[in-house]
Structure formats: structure tokens, C-alpha cells
Design a protein around this ligand. Structure first.
Ligand SMILES: Cc1ncc(COP(=O)(O)O)c(C=O)c1O
Length: 480
């Protein structure tokens, strides 16, 4: 028979309580069963009665057992008290819920990053730490006292930030948006999420660019949407394809990333922009314009947004600080008709009561300070420098095997490999060589394309990274 260990550090009463609880969990003492009386158990275990009294008291307090005058002490029959520490079947739970798992390639890349191994990272579409405006933010934090109330804020966003964004959009993007028609989000990703969850219904058909960042997001499938591709050529998508998707599938919305498209780097021509807007107005199809990259324009001025031409409230415009300042700030925005903004703000209240005041305050200070312009100019120059280093390193080591069109903005090189290549093998070989990148099929393209970001690795990793990628490609093409 089990006996408590008198030499253990744990008090005797606690050992007894845990032992009884264990027997209940194992089903040896089912709900409702009568426990041995305190006096008898004390005798069996060779302890003082008061020790057993204390053990039972503990179990009673946790609801595991209950006592009634005249009928002794029993294992609690109440459900919550029956097996308080039984491990739930988490596998069943984790297969539930509305979110589909991320794409296997994306999970593999994330696993790679989580190993902490020194991969050269051409996969994460974001700025390297030294490209972010840390210096400007540090100075702002020193100069500007933070005096904002720390209560729940407005789920539509911190009013001074919305006012700053209204000025920023007017000045930098030619977009007229009042503070009331702006929603602050935790990045473009959240804007896309709110749109898919609040403005569309399961079963709705939508048009997305092919290839497109959207294909890398199971978020669209999780919302039950049916996705139809709009081919992207050198000038973006074509009006005729939108009309055709509308005729065939009655698409409810079109998602576009017209400037420095992710992953191709394409800029939609002005003529196409006008044509597509007119076509969508005619068909009554809203356009989601995802515009995170325009201000990274490395050669010439930033291309204009569709929203600038929008006079009918057709375009839901989304932007973010992620690609032009820092992805970790988690600051994004949406400019849209007020009815839409009100609906989405209401949803924000249910989701998270809005964004933390700190990043919003920092973003408002950054936008209002004179520091943004010189920072952006410097960023554009440094991106251009990086783009050219990576492109020429790849050219040198892989000339004739891979083809790039140099993007004039954005963070990525999009390459077409001339020989057929297995995406999966290529990534695995890349990981063995210590380099990460994103196979094109993640963006919905056929195998044989690859996206490499020149913004994320350290500057001195670009050339060695190109070497590692070349080695991985050669190994894959040689069938290894
Ligand atoms: C085209 C595009 N849209 C949206 C996002 C999401 O950006 P964030 O949520 O960081 O603003 C990304 C990130 O890679 C992107 O490339």
C-alpha cells in the first residue's frame, strides 16, 4: 500500500492530497465514490489524523471532493471537479477554429529561423535592423515627453496619429482622407484580415493578382473565400481579366498591390490604373489597394496610387510603416469611405479594443517630425545599393541560369530559373547551405520562380548569400 515519504521535502498532507487526486484522475476513484474516513486513513498511512484532515481540506477547496453531514466525504460529481488536471485532447482542438495552418513552405522557413542558426535571410520581406529609423526614434523619445492617458483608446486609432496620417497621405500619396475616414491597424495584414472578415462572406469570389502576396496567406481561404487569379504582366493586371472574372464568377472584390508588387516588383501603368478603376466603378466592384512599398521608390518619384484617382469611394486603400520604417512597430492604416471605417472600427472593439498607444504615439511623432523625409531618402539610396549588389552577385555566379528584372522599388528580386526545378528540393538545399528565400509557388506561381529580398540580410551577407543560393540551385539542378 502507498505511504507518504517522511523524508521528502513536500509536506505529508500535500503528498496525501496529490496521491488521492492522482487516483481520481486515473479513474480508480470515480465521481461520487466514498473516500476512507479521516481517522481510518490516518491509521492506514501511519500519520496524525490532522494531517489527513488538512489533505481533505485542500482537495475540498479545489472542488475535487465534497463532504455532506452524515454521508461522509466523496469524490465530487460536478464536472469541473472531476478531473481538474486531466489533459485536454489538444490535437482535436488545434485542428478546429477558423484559421487554416500556414503554407508548409512558410512554416519550414519559420522553423529555420527559429533554430537560431546563422542563416542568410533572403526570405523575410522586411528591412534589416540598420535600415530602420532607430536613431530618429531614439531622439524623439528623448525630446518628446509622453503625456498621453493610458486608458482604453479609440478603436479607430489614436486621434493625433489619424490627423498625422491624413496629412501624410495628402502630401506623400496625393490622397484626400479626413481623420474620420482613416482607421489605424496593426499593419496591412490586419487591414486585410478586417476586410475579409467584415466585408465579405464565406463563398464569395474575389480576384487577386497572380502571382501575389495574397496566395501566401491562408487567411483568405480561412474566411471561406474563393480566389481567382488575375495574371500580372509587366504593366500589372488587365481590365479585361477583371471583366471576365466578374462575368464568370461574379467576383465581389479585387485585391491589388499596384506599386512594386510583391513578389514581382511590377508597377501598374498609369493607363491600366485608370482603366481598372473605371471598369470596377462600372461593375460596382470595390478595389483593395495594398500599397506598402511606393515610398521605397529607388529610381524616380513614388508611383501614384489608384486611390488618388478615386472619386466614387471604390478603393479601400491600405498602407503600413512595415516596409518603409519598421515592421516591428506594427502600424498600418486604411483610408476608406466612413461607413466602412465605422464598421471595421466596431469590429476592432470586439477583437482587441484597438492598438496599444505606444507605437501609435511614436508613429505620430515620427510622421510629424522633420525626420521622416531625410530618413526615407537615405533608405531609398541604401536599398538601391543593396539591390545592385545582390543582382550583380547573382548574375556573376548564375549567369544564364536565372533571369531578373530589376525592380525600381520594393524590397525583392523576383527571379525566373531557366531550367525546371523542384521548389521543395531547392529550399531544402538552400537550408543546408545556410540560406533562406521564398520559392515562387508560395505566391501562386508555377515552380521555377524564386523571391529574394535584398533588404533583410546584413549588407555584408548579400554576396556570400548569393553564393550559397547559387550552390543550392546547382545542387538541385544536378538532381541532389
Ligand atoms: C503586399 C503586402 N501586403 C501586406 C503585407 C503585410 O505587411 P504588414 O502587416 O507588416 O504591414 C506584406 C508583408 O510582406 C506585403 O508584402
Amino acid at each position: 500500500m502507498w505511504k507518504p515519504d517522511r523524508h521528502a521535502k513536500k509536506p505529508l498532507y500535500q503528498q496525501i492530497a496529490e496521491h488521492i487526486e492522482q487516483r481520481i484522475l486515473l479513474g480508480e476513484l470515480p465521481p461520487g465514490s466514498l473516500l476512507t474516513s479521516e481517522r481510518k486513513l490516518a491509521g492506514q498511512l501511519g500519520v496524525n489524523r490532522s494531517t489527513v484532515v488538512q489533505a481533505y481540506e485542500d482537495l475540498r477547496a479545489s472542488g475535487i471532493i465534497e463532504s455532506a453531514t452524515g454521508s461522509g466525504t466523496r469524490v465530487s460529481a460536478r464536472k469541473w471537479g472531476m478531473a481538474p488536471r486531466a489533459t485536454p485532447n489538444w490535437n482535436r482542438y488545434t485542428e478546429g477554429g477558423v484559421f487554416l495552418p500556414n503554407l508548409p513552405f512558410m512554416r519550414r522557413i519559420r522553423e529555420g529561423l527559429q533554430t537560431g542558426l546563422p542563416f542568410i535571410n533572403f526570405a523575410s520581406g522586411e528591412l534589416a535592423p540598420d535600415l530602420s529609423p532607430n536613431e530618429a526614434i531614439r531622439s524623439l523619445l528623448k525630446e518628446m515627453p509622453f503625456e498621453e492617458p493610458l486608458g482604453y483608446g479609440d478603436p479607430q486609432g489614436f486621434a493625433p496619429l489619424r490627423a498625422a496620417l491624413s496629412g501624410f497621405l495628402k502630401e506623400r500619396r496625393g490622397i484626400a482622407a479626413t481623420d474620420e475616414s482613416i482607421l489605424v491597424t496593426s499593419g496591412s495584414q490586419q487591414s486585410l484580415f478586417l476586410i475579409t472578415q467584415c466585408l465579405l462572406n464565406p463563398g464569395d469570389a474575389i480576384g487577386i493578382e497572380n502571382p501575389s502576396y495574397c496566395y501566401s496567406l491562408p487567411m483568405f481561404q480561412s474566411a471561406g473565400l474563393r480566389l481567382f487569379g488575375l495574371p500580372v504582366d509587366r504593366d500589372g493586371v488587365q481590365e479585361g481579366d477583371i471583366r471576365e472574372l466578374h462575368r464568370q464568377h461574379r467576383i465581389k472584390m479585387v485585391f491589388l498591390n499596384p506599386n512594386f508588387q510583391n513578389p514581382t516588383g511590377t508597377v501598374m501603368s498609369e493607363q491600366r490604373k485608370t482603366g481598372i478603376l473605371t471598369c470596377c466603378e462600372e461593375l460596382g466592384i470595390p478595389i483593395v489597394e495594398d500599397d506598402p512599398f511606393s515610398l521605397t521608390a529607388m529610381e524616380g518619384t513614388a508611383p501614384s496610387p489608384l486611390k488618388m484617382l478615386d472619386r466614387s469611394g471604390t478603393v479601400l486603400y491600405i498602407g503600413s510603416l512595415s516596409k518603409i520604417a519598421a515592421s516591428g512597430l506594427r502600424i498600418g492604416w486604411m483610408a476608406a469611405p466612413q461607413t466602412v471605417i465605422k464598421r471595421l472600427s466596431d469590429a476592432r472593439q470586439q477583437m482587441d479594443f484597438g492598438l496599444s498607444i505606444f507605437p501609435q504615439w511614436i508613429a505620430s511623432q515620427l510622421l510629424l517630425s522633420g525626420r521622416l523625409s531625410p530618413y526615407l531618402q537615405n533608405l531609398q539610396e541604401r536599398l538601391l545599393y543593396r539591390r545592385d549588389i545582390l543582382a550583380s552577385a547573382l548574375d556573376k555566379s548564375l549567369s544564364g541560369m536565372i533571369e531578373f528584372h530589376l525592380p525600381k522599388g520594393g524590397l525583392n528580386l523576383w527571379g525566373k530559373i531557366h531550367e525546371p526545378v523542384n521548389d521543395f528540393r531547392l529550399l531544402e538545399n538552400g537550408m543546408k547551405q545556410g540560406v533562406l528565400f521564398v520559392p515562387g509557388s508560395v505566391y501562386g506561381s508555377e515552380p521555377g520562380y524564386v523571391r529574394l529580398t535584398y533588404a533583410r540580410p546584413a549588407l555584408d551577407e548579400l554576396e556570400p548569400g548569393a553564393g550559397r543560393f547559387s550552390e543550392a540551385l546547382r545542387l538541385t539542378l544536378s538532381g541532389r
